[in-house]
Design a protein around this ligand. Structure first.
Ligand SMILES: NC(=O)c1ccc[n+]([C@@H]2O[C@H](COP(=O)([O-])OP(=O)(O)OC[C@H]3O[C@@H](n4cnc5c(N)ncnc54)[C@H](OP(=O)(O)O)[C@@H]3O)[C@@H](O)[C@H]2O)c1
Length: 327
């Protein structure tokens, strides 16, 4: 089969398509004939050699944390799917390929009517956003939520989920176009951080109470302001560290206001916990996708041969929503 194999680490030019064997599904796995996958920030770090896949080094290192496609074959213990089913799956790696094997409990049916491209952009960001909001952040109807990088793949999913979960959403973005997009996703207040700092806006629109939950991807540059933007008993969910992983933290504020700082990483989580999350999402999040209340946001689509350009585009921070790769 054709796949993008990382034979060395470096810039986008190391992403080359070559022929490798079709994976053999394990007893609890489905073999998916991939129609679409999507580029995630983590893929950029993996390409540079800074984010190896969990577990023992695979024979072929193929990036790609999610995929949509048709079930081609099933392992002997698979009960949930059969050949021909339209599915989307969360993957530890391997999505940039014509075929990928996925655990049946990390695989979800594609909502009726959803296109391959859209479905290929669902698993990684919707599971991350759903988990960060409800499990890590313990948000509930009526909570106020600050979503940084509101036009990112994860941000676009988080804003929609929070909006439809009856939460009040404040988002930060880096451009006017992204501001409009974040409003369209359902954010009540959007701050362009290039025009004004977010902390005074958060204070103003919450009557100085602060927000209950922050979904942060930025890390160092926002740490102090994030802690100051939290309401009493609030939770900062650390999902990414785009500006760096070290920062200044006032533990007096954390203590005095009873704050929580909760880190989260999806890919390195034990299989059982990922399976539990996917099953929870199928019950509580998937129905919102099925009836169109929330939608994957697709910015651009590239072919497998153009995947280096897809990486360059994501790295340029211009995307609103997901960058998809069709296979
Ligand atoms: N923990 C997990 O399990 C998990 C899972 C999935 C994703 N993630 C993380 O979530 C984040 C978003 O991923 P994604 O794939 O959705 O990203 P994405 O679509 O590539 O969007 C990232 C956006 O973040 C903003 N940004 C970049 N550098 C920044 C900086 N230094 N300061 C402020 N904003 C910055 C940019 O938007 P602006 O123009 O608005 O600044 C950029 O477009 C990444 O950090 C990723 O690693 C974590």
């Amino acid at each position: 089969m054709r796949a993008v194999v990382l034979e060395r680490y470096g810039g986008p030019e190391v992403l080359t398509v070559r022929e490798i064997p079709v994976p053999v599904p394990g007893p609890e796995e489905v073999l998916i004939r991939v129609h679409a996958t999507a580029v995630n920030r983590a893929d950029l770090a993996q390409r540079e050699g800074r984010y190896p896949p969990p577990g023992k080094k695979p024979r072929y290192e193929v990036p790609g944390l999610e995929a949509s496609g048709e079930v081609e074959a099933v392992g002997e213990r698979v009960t949930l799917f059969q050949p021909g089913d339209r599915v989307m799956a969360l993957l530890p790696q391997g999505g940039y390929a014509e075929y990928v094997a996925a655990h049946e409990r990390l695989t979800m049916p594609i909502p009726p009517g959803m296109a391959w491209e859209a479905a290929g952009a669902v698993p990684e960001v919707f599971l991350t956003a759903f988990d960060a909001l409800y499990n890590q952040g313990q948000a509930r109807p009526g909570s106020s939520v600050l979503v940084h990088a509101g036009a990112s793949g994860v941000g676009s999913a988080a804003i929609q989920l929070a909006h439809h979960g009856q939460m009040r959403v404040i988002a930060t973005v880096g451009s006017q176009m992204k501001r409009e997009a974040a409003r369209a996703f359902g954010a009540d207040v959007v701050v362009n951080y290039r025009e004004e700092p977010f902390l005074p806006v958060v204070k103003r629109v919450t009557d100085h109470r602060g927000v209950d939950v922050i979904l942060d991807f930025v890390g160092r540059d926002y740490l102090e302001a994030n802690v100051d933007a939290l309401a009493e008993d609030g939770t900062l969910v650390v999902i990414g560290t785009l500006s760096g992983g070290e920062g200044r933290l006032n533990l007096g504020t954390v203590l005095g206001r009873r704050l929580r700082i909760q880190g989260t990483a999806l890919r390195s989580r034990p299989l059982e916990r990922k399976m539990a999350l996917v099953q929870q999402f199928l019950r509580e999040g998937w129905p919102l996708l099925a009836d169109g209340r929330v939608k994957p946001v697709i910015d651009r689509t590239y072919s497998l041969d153009q995947v280096a350009d897809a990486h360059r585009y994501l790295a340029s921070n211009q995307n609103i929503g997901k960058v998809v790769v069709t296979v």
